[in-house]
Design a protein around this ligand. Sequence first.
Ligand code: PHE
Length: 349
Amino acid sequence: MRDRLLALAEAARRDITVASEPSAVEALRVRFLGKKGELSGVLGGMGKLPPEERRALGEVANQVKAEIEKLLVEAIQRAEEAALEAELRGPKLDVTLPGRAVTPGSRHPVSRTMEDIVRTFQRLGFEVAHGPEIELDYFNFEALNLPKDHPARDMQDTFYMDEASLGHAKKADSPVLLRTHTSPVQVRYMLEHKPPFRAVMPGRVYRRDSDLTHTPMFHQVEGLLVGKDVSFAELKGTLDAFVKAFFGSDTRTRFRPSFFPFTEPSAEVDISCASCGGKGCRVCKMTGWLEVLGSGMVHPNVFKASGYDPNEVTGYAFGMGVERIAMRRYRIDDLRMLFENDSRFLEQF
Ligand code: PHE
């Protein structure tokens, strides 16, 4: 039996050292060490031997097994190195090819613009606040001085939610809708804070609108400042400072009287057209001005809905459309480019 073991080791040495492929090495491992392999074959009869002989033979068997294992490990390494070298020499792998460039993503121009608007106001001392996109009619309209049947509700075509689909989510006794502007966050913020304060509220808004210059979802940034004896002059000064910080110090502002139910007086703010410097061009429709935001002094009824005494506090509010500002800023002349997610367009930002 001892001779058979030594012969086995001899055969292993001879065959394993010349194996050149991983699959051949594996076949040899099965042949010598497998469950039904040659080593098991030789050791099968060991149980019948007297204990003394068994111990001596066991020692030899262990040595043989260890040697074969070592031979196999070496053979596997040799075979793998040879395979790799063959590949390097052959046509399959060209290590001189330049690596494939990883294209990193970039922030969408709308996100970028919204973040920059918010940051500009943060530098002016404004906090940042958020409100829900699925909103109650109460906050979106009623609390903002737009009672039911108010004609100004038509200014904003609204997506109402199917009440049945809301299930348990609907608690309050007010219709549920997708907010048409970020102004409801004004009321939510006032209910939770004590003046004086100033805050901006960025977010998505929705309107039943879809054409060349309108998308059913877009972004706004709302602003609200409340305190004692806040004046319209402060509103003008703050918005002028924002415009100059954001669009460049040579940008001029123009305040035009306007109407919003939740502010009185109200003004729309235009900035001088950067494309023509105010002379008039296609971008500004020959007016020299571009409209960028709505604003005004907070209406007493909005203060009342927020639990404030309009005789005690005053404040101003403003709201701006982010897509429009992004278009002005990056000179994009088609709103749809912002929503098509064409990487050839987005890569440029
Ligand atoms: N919510 C108004 C809009 O969507 C903008 C606005 C906000 C106007 C705050 C005045 C004050 O058009």
